[in-house]
Design a protein around this ligand. Structure first.
Ligand SMILES: NC(=O)c1ccc[n+]([C@@H]2O[C@H](COP(=O)([O-])OP(=O)(O)OC[C@H]3O[C@@H](n4cnc5c(N)ncnc54)[C@H](OP(=O)(O)O)[C@@H]3O)[C@@H](O)[C@H]2O)c1
Length: 254
């Protein structure tokens, strides 16, 4: 018996990094998936990988800021697979970096809309489609929750805002047994990480590794496994939390 046997799940940000790893882990655990991101070709590659392992997934490309896309993801889950049990709202961007005094209003809005407003739109369409029971997961971060990192004002605000949204949703949906949680990864080795920027140096990597008590970054699969816990019945008494999977970055002082 697998952990997500015949569950129906939406995963956003599935064309890359944490979302791609989660889509593959969820599929291996028996879920049927609607996966999303803006890049159709990258999504099709993930579908092919899932199908090659005997899983089921359908790709729906689009921008998470677009309410019509959010509605289409839910409609696709229901029309292709019959219902919706799980949504991993994971798409996100670091966005414009720089001191708050130097941030552009446009950059601020883009980050807030991608990381926070899009998650609101996801929840707005996903929760009514869930029957009695379900799991909504939102990818937040330790940045702005347990650590103030210079230059990340818009990102921190967008991701901390998610934790407030999660608490309200968890309270609103509890009587329908829909659990709602935020997942807070530490530094994770994905294309979005500053350690993979074209100008990243070995010193940058050493600095980021050293922030964590475990003295390394996460692999995307490690964060996907934390999402699997929140998606599955293993976390049946867990709701309204901001769950750290951060390699101890929040407690490390060494
Ligand atoms: N990596 C880290 O260290 C870290 C740490 C804490 C939290 N996080 C969070 O983890 C989540 C996943 O990040 P990642 O590290 O896996 O980064 P990634 O490899 O760059 O993946 C980001 C995903 O989000 C999608 N996306 C971005 N903007 C979108 C938009 N407007 N509409 C639709 N899809 C969009 C991308 O798809 P397309 O490019 O195809 O549009 C991609 O699939 C993000 O929310 C991020 O903030 C990451």
């Amino acid at each position: 018996m697998t952990l997500l046997n015949d569950k129906i799940a939406i995963v956003t940000g599935a064309s890359s990094g944490i979302g791609r790893a989660a889509a593959k882990v969820f599929a291996r655990e028996g879920a049927k998936l609607v996966i999303s991101g803006r890049r159709q070709d990258a999504l099709e590659a993930v579908v092919a990988e899932i199908e090659a392992e005997g899983g089921k997934a359908v790709a729906v490309a689009g921008d998470v800021r677009d309410e019509a896309l959010q509605a289409r993801l839910v409609e696709t889950a229901v029309s292709r697979f019959g219902r919706l049990d799980i949504a991993f709202n994971n798409a996100g961007v670091v966005g414009e970096m720089g001191s708050v005094a130097g941030l552009s209003l446009e950059g601020w809005r883009e980050t807030i809309e991608t990381n926070l407003t899009a998650s609101f739109l996801g929840a707005k369409h996903q929760s009514p489609a869930m029957g009695k029971g379900g799991s909504l997961i939102f990818t937040s971060t330790f940045v702005g929750h347990t650590a103030g990192m210079p230059g990340m004002g818009a990102y921190a605000a967008s991701k901390a805002g998610l934790i407030g949204l999660v608490q309200v949703l968890a309270a609103e949906l509890a009587l329908r047994n829909i659990r709602v949680n935020a997942l807070l990864p530490g530094g994770t080795d994905t294309p979005a990480s500053i350690t993979n920027a074209p100008d990243a140096t070995p010193e940058v990597l050493a600095f980021v590794n050293g922030l964590h008590a475990l003295k390394r970054m996460a692999q995307p699969e490690e964060i996907a496994n934390a999402a699997l816990f929140l998606a599955s019945d293993l976390s049946s008494f867990v709701t309204g939390t901001a769950m750290l999977a951060d390699g101890g970055v929040s407690i490390s002082r060494t």
